[in-house]
Ligand binder design. Structure first.
Ligand code: CA
Length: 234
């Protein structure tokens, strides 16, 4: 699958210190017509993220200088919207949670198949291209969500939302007042090609509640439907 002609190539930044992985990713991504650049150290990765404004970042957690979480937080400091996919070691659930907390959008477990990673990247770009060019806003309680700018504003306080946070809110909003199952959320937001767990959904809900609810212990907008999923009450 190649990108539509006449549009600038999508830029992907790979931050990873293992040369074989970088080479493999570069080959596969360039074959699909992405413009790929790589950093072998975290600091260099942050610099490239700042200077080259990539459309997507693939970030390894184990780097020789600074760890991937720190890199993630630093990139989020100046770019709140770029999708970040982290690469984690097998079975390190706590790594994934920590990565998502640091502002990553998705993760892939090593050893990973390049095919799976490419499928996730395609899914992200597909959904981004569906976001309307004119501003779309959602109103949830006191909060106004700007879908295009990926921000939530309550009173004078504006906070950034990550790509998946916006996607999750959009899905719940379309189905407002109805319970939406975790399985459906996983399927529609992360896609059948990806394999995140139900805890991924729960983790994103926690982050959204922090940004939207007055009292995260007693949410009034993003409600838990026990044993099933979530329901949005705008
Ligand atoms: Ca590494």
């Amino acid at each position: 699958m190649t990108q539509p002609p006449g549009q600038p190539k999508k830029k992907v930044l790979v931050i990873e210190d293992e040369p074989d992985i970088v080479r493999g990713l570069k080959d596969a991504l360039e074959f699909e017509d992405y413009d790929v650049f790589a950093a072998f150290e975290g600091k260099d990765g942050v610099r490239l993220a700042r200077e080259r404004s990539p459309d997507l970042v693939i970030l390894d957690l184990m780097l020789p200088d600074v760890n991937g979480y720190q890199v993630c937080v630093e990139i989020r400091g100046f770019n709140s919207v770029v999708p970040i996919i982290i690469l984690t070691a097998r079975g390190q659930e706590s790594d994934k949670i920590r990565g998502l907390e640091a502002g990553a959008d998705d993760y892939v477990t090593k050893p990973f198949s390049v095919g799976e990673l490419l499928a996730r990247i395609r899914a992200i770009f597909r959904r981004m291209s569906r976001t309307p060019a004119g501003g779309e806003t959602l109103r949830i309680g006191e909060a106004t969500i700007d879908v295009k700018k990926q921000t939530v504003t309550i009173g004078r306080k504006r906070q950034p939302l990550t790509f998946y946070e916006v996607e999750l809110l959009k899905l719940l909003y379309e189905r407002a007042e109805q319970p939406v199952s975790r399985d459906e959320i996983l399927d529609k937001i992360w896609g059948v090609e990806a394999y995140p767990t139900n805890r991924t959904v729960d983790n994103f809900i926690v982050k959204l509640r922090r940004k939207l609810e007055d009292d995260t212990k007693k949410p009034t907008h993003i409600l838990t439907v026990y044993g099933y999923g979530y329901k949005l009450v705008p």
